[in-house]
Ligand binder design. Structure first.
Ligand SMILES: [Zn+2]
Length: 516
């Protein structure tokens, strides 16, 4: 039998590293593994090196002829993503590895029962939600910059961006293009007279000398797009955040002029487009795919001779390899309702147990979080010290101003990055618990949320949120639930799986043969 100790270490705190290794060695001995363990150390701060090291461990286990006993401090030390846990789970099922988690006092082996596997799943879920929270925070920072009126997007005709730093591709100031700026103004003014179509306006603008940045004649769609671009009066559009006012783009036209052009455009449009009349279906818009050929399932409304209206769906058969088998929409919805109803059966007890688990687990999150914060603070101080010494060296005239400037900028950049990282960690810690509580409350009310949506589009959005890979197999709908709803569902089914005092997750796709 081979023994591996896997420790997550930080470069800043050697004492705690060796304490962790000692603790795990003692733990292994107490479980009867006295032989010399192989020790792998994974650094907290480097995710790339971390993945490579984990891969090494996985390869070692795969190649080993004997079963490997793996000792880990806590679940989130081993894995921060479901991808890894799937690999470890396969090795466990094959009997190639057994895992001992010290903190959770959890032993996973080939014949582990569902209760233990659920604890593993929960641990992974908590670790993952922390990481997701971090990436959410990066998005939020961009949102913040948008709120402060910074425009990042591409510049339309009429503006020039002055690069502040060519290498880093940072854009500095945005200026009005001295050659095209006034032509854009002219274009709006001409269109506002109502005497031009897009085509005649294009001809006129070409006559006046308008060319693209590549010095080509502007095509019709450029003229059309320009007249619709609200950036010219200082309003940027963001798909995710809606319109927002920008500070760093000089105005070329007034909002009033823009609005007049829009009015003219609407008057010129004769009939409302067909797209607006398209009927929406709950399971439409590519939500369901055909299992056999991968094409979307499309829906249509039919009327019986009796006047009764019904909805049917079938594979679009775009690849020509399926046959169209029409299924009533209700038959697809039935298994979905079944699952939504099951969510509502979560008892108060299970809910409380889950919440208690979340709270307990957060202790180890907080510790991980604290390690990160300490690392960042220490790096920050180190760089600040270096910067101070650099200044001394410059004042002593032992280095030139050029060298000082260059180095100083490098340090300043690093400090800035560390600051952002620190803020992200701070935010992530305070919010990830809330995320999990939300999951529970959404699950519990799933059926009433779904029924409460009045539009098919809203219902579809909700299903997209909780269903994973819904496919149609012949006439049957098959699906699993998105994590962590899959877990909540499993607990609703068997409340006893949850340990009253344990703590901790792996991905289980929920395909219940009874409901497909
Ligand atoms: Zn098909």
């Amino acid at each position: 039998m081979k023994t591996i100790i896997l420790a997550r270490v930080s470069t800043e705190d050697q004492d705690s590293n060796s304490a962790q290794v000692t603790r795990l060695k003692d733990f292994a001995t107490s479980k009867g593994f006295a032989d010399k363990p192989k020790i792998y150390e994974i650094e907290e701060s480097s995710s790339k090196a971390n993945r490579e090291k984990l891969q090494e461990v996985i390869e070692y286990i795969k190649k080993s002829k004997e079963k490997v006993s793996l000792f880990v401090d806590t679940i989130d030390r081993l894995q921060r993503s479901f991808r890894e846990s799937v690999v470890f789970d396969d090795l466990r099922k094959a009997g190639k590895v057994e895992i001992f988690f010290f903190r959770e006092n959890l032993h996973l082996h080939q014949k582990s029962n569902s209760a233990d596997l659920i604890r593993w799943d929960m641990g992974v879920m908590f670790a993952r939600s922390y990481v997701l929270q971090l990436s959410d925070n990066v998005k939020r920072r961009f949102e913040q910059m948008r709120r402060e009126g910074h425009y990042f997007g591409p510049l339309p005709l009429g503006y020039l961006g002055v690069a502040e730093d060519e290498k880093k591709r940072l854009r500095g100031e945005i200026l009005i293009d001295p050659i095209r700026g006034h032509l854009i103004q002219k274009m709006f003014e001409l269109y506002a007279t109502g005497n031009y179509s897009i085509t005649t306006l294009r001809n006129e603008m070409i006559k006046l000398g308008l060319r693209t940045h590549k010095d080509k004649l502007p095509v019709r769609s450029i003229i059309d797009g320009t007249l619709k671009n609200t950036l010219y009066f200082g309003l940027a559009q963001s798909e995710q955040y809606g319109p927002y006012e920008v500070e760093n783009v000089p105005r070329l036209i007034s909002k009033d002029l823009f609005d007049r052009c829009m009015e003219i455009r609407l008057k010129r449009k004769k009939t409302p487009s067909k797209a607006n009349l398209k009927k929406e279906y709950i399971l439409g818009d590519g939500l369901l795919k055909c299992k056999k050929c991968g094409c979307s399932i499309s829906f249509e409304t039919k009327t019986k001779p009796s006047g009764k209206v019904y909805i049917i769906g079938a594979c679009t058969n775009a690849k020509g390899m399926c046959k169209k088998e029409y299924v009533n929409e209700n038959d697809f919805l039935k298994p979905i309702y079944k699952v939504l109803d099951k969510f509502e059966t979560i008892t108060e007890d299970v809910q409380n147990d889950l919440l208690a688990e979340i709270r307990k687990h957060s202790d180890s999150e907080i510790e991980f979080h604290q390690i990160q914060i300490n690392r960042i603070r220490k790096q920050y101080q180190d760089i600040k010290d270096k910067d101070d010494r650099l200044l001394d060296a410059f004042l002593d005239q032992s280095i030139t101003k050029d060298i000082y400037d260059k180095k100083h900028q490098e340090y300043a950049d690093k400090l800035q990055l560390l600051n952002i990282e620190l803020e992200e960690h701070t935010d992530a810690n305070s919010e990830y618990q809330t995320t999990l509580v939300t999951v529970l409350s959404v699950a519990k009310r799933a059926r009433s949320i779904f029924d409460g949506c009045s539009e098919p589009m809203q219902k579809r959005a909700f299903l997209k949120f909780i269903l994973q890979n819904p496919v149609v197999n012949g006439k049957k709908l098959e699906f699993s639930m998105v994590s962590p709803y899959n877990l909540v569902l499993e607990l609703a089914d068997s409340p006893d799986l949850l340990p009253r005092q344990g703590s901790n997750l792996r991905q289980i796709d929920y395909i219940d043969p009874k409901i497909t």
